[in-house]
Structure formats: structure tokens, C-alpha cells
Write a protein that binds this ligand. Structure first.
Ligand code: SPD
Length: 282
């Protein structure tokens, strides 16, 4: 019988992907990291049995996690990515000419090693502006000395090492580590998975309390539970749909929009529209 990878997000309900081979499997100090060759989605990385990315659909997540926040500022120079060990978020951030340095703080070197070998197109690893640090992102943000223009939280799900990324203390430390007009974006799980509602609610309650502006936005990612994914945008004052921001998105699309496969000006404006059942969660 052909092999399948299954991720169950509610007892017997979940996602099935046809698998041709297991390419990588390692229990690191933190988590079980695996990469499969699939019949439909290219190579697929999982952590503790949950899909992190596939070669075919990763562009949606990484473009949305990066550009929605990056375009909010006229000149983002210093960017911090917490997690993001596959390199996809940093790759998108580095498309912005104003960026001078991206610090990517990944707790688990296994993720970077597996990505470089089996998802080689995802990261822009040779870019001299990329600085990879193998540290605990939660501790890192507590000791930021030179503030960042943008902080992006690209962690795994709120179980295991990423649980603390959904807590108020961490969200406050990110605020303290941001420059005057700083922007935060974060992945905040699928609105269809009831088991994550309390984490989602906790994050948005903290963001509302700490940041001047906080909003949820959505994208459609086929290999994540139920295909709908939420993200947080928070800032010290910049509204994501201000006229100036929209103008910047337009001019950005002229510069590098042809490399993007999901994000565009219409998506930027539309992604903040939330269905009522999603509003109820937060
Ligand atoms: N259940 C999926 C959670 C995915 C969060 N991060 C993915 C990492 C991709 N850079």
C-alpha cells in the first residue's frame, strides 16, 4: 500500500499527503524534525508531526508573514526573525532594498541543516545581510540592546519550544525591542482548530493591551490545518492600510512584485477582512 503522511488536528480528522520517501528524520534536543518527498507538494518538512512547509506552498506563508509588515515602514533596515529556520521568511525580507541586516534567531540548528539539504531553494543562505544565530528567541528578545524596525515571529505551533512565543511576557519583550515606529508580525494558527483558540485569544488580548495598533489577517495555505491561516500585525502607531502604506506596496510591486506568487496590493488591503466566526475567537 502506498505511504501517506497524516497530520490529525482533531482526533481522526486531518490532512493526508502521499509520500514517496522519508528523506530526513532526526530527534534534536528540542523536537522531531522530518522531511518527506511527497507525490504532490515537493519536499515537505514536519516538526513533531506537524507540517511546517512544503516546497510547493511555502510561498504563501512566507510572503504573507513578511511583506504585510515590511511595507508598513518606509525604510525598514534592521529586521529580527524569531524561528524561521527554513530560511523562507528571511528570503522574503531580504527582497526589500532598504534592509541592511536580518538576524534570524532559530533555537534548533537541525531545522536549518535539514532545510539547507532538502529544501535548498527556500532560503537565501548566501546573502551577506543574513545573520543566523542558534539561540532561544524568547531569551534573545529579553536582551535586545539596539532596537529592530521589524520583528517577525515565525515559530512552530504553540506546543513544545514555541509555546512561549504565544505568551504576554514575550509579546511585551518584542514591543520593548522595537524601534519607535516598529512593526511586529507573527503566525497565529488556524481559526478552524479549536485546540488553538485559547492561544490565539491570549496572543491578541496581549497585543491589544500592549501595542497601539493590532490586527489579525488571513491567508489560504493548503497544507496547514483546514487551509485557513491567521497572522498578527501589530505596530506602535502605523495602520496597515494607511494611504502611505498602500502607496509603498504599489511601488514595491513594481520593483519586485513579479517574484511574488501570492502577495500583491489587493491581497494587502483585503487580508484584514475577517469572517465573524474568526472575530469571535479573538
Ligand atoms: N502548523 C503549522 C505552523 C507553521 C508555523 N511555522 C512554519 C515555519 C515556516 N517557516
Amino acid at each position: 500500500m502506498p505511504l501517506s503522511y497524516n497530520e490529525y488536528y482533531n482526533e481522526r480528522t486531518g490532512l493526508t499527503v502521499g509520500v514517496d520517501r522519508l528523506l530526513f528524520s532526526e530527534q534534536s534536543e528540542f523536537q522531531q524534525v522530518e522531511v518527506y518527498e511527497t507525490d504532490t507538494w515537493g519536499n515537505l518538512m514536519t516538526i513533531d508531526g506537524m507540517v511546517m512547509l512544503s516546497e510547493k506552498d511555502e510561498f504563501v506563508y512566507h510572503e504573507m508573514l513578511s511583506h504585510v509588515g515590511m511595507f508598513a515602514l518606509p525604510d525598514p533596515q534592521k529586521v529580527l526573525v524569531i524561528g524561521g529556520g527554513d530560511g523562507g521568511t528571511a528570503r522574503e525580507v531580504l527582497r526589500h532594498d532598504s534592509v541592511r541586516r536580518v538576524d534570524m534567531v532559530e533555537i534548533d540548528e537541525t531545522v536549518v541543516r535539514a532545510s539547507k539539504e532538502f529544501l535548498p531553494e527556500v532560503g537565501d543562505w548566501k546573502n551577506p545581510k543574513l545573520n543566523v544565530l542558534f539561540e532561544d528567541g524568547i531569551k534573545f528578545v529579553q536582551n535586545i540592546e539596539e532596537p529592530y524596525d521589524v520583528i517577525i515571529i515565525d515559530g512552530s505551533d504553540p506546543v513544545g519550544p514555541a509555546e512561549g512565543l504565544f505568551k504576554k511576557d514575550f509579546i511585551q519583550a518584542c514591543y520593548d525591542g522595537l524601534a519607535e515606529n516598529g512593526i511586529l508580525t507573527a503566525q497565529t494558527e488556524s481559526p478552524w482548530v479549536q485546540g488553538y483558540h485559547s492561544s490565539m485569544n491570549r496572543v491578541f488580548t496581549a497585543l491589544d493591551a500592549i501595542y497601539e495598533v493590532s490586527k489579525m489577517y488571513l491567508a489560504f495555505i493548503p497544507l496547514y490545518p483546514a487551509g485557513m491561516w491567521s497572522f498578527a500585525y501589530a505596530s506602535k502607531g502605523i495602520e496597515p492600510k494607511d494611504g502611505e502604506v498602500i502607496e509603498r506596496v504599489k511601488s514595491g510591486m513594481n520593483r519586485f512584485g513579479s517574484h511574488l506568487r501570492y502577495y500583491n496590493e489587493e491581497i494587502h488591503s483585503g487580508c484584514f477582512a475577517l469572517p465573524n466566526f474568526v472575530k469571535d475567537i479573538i
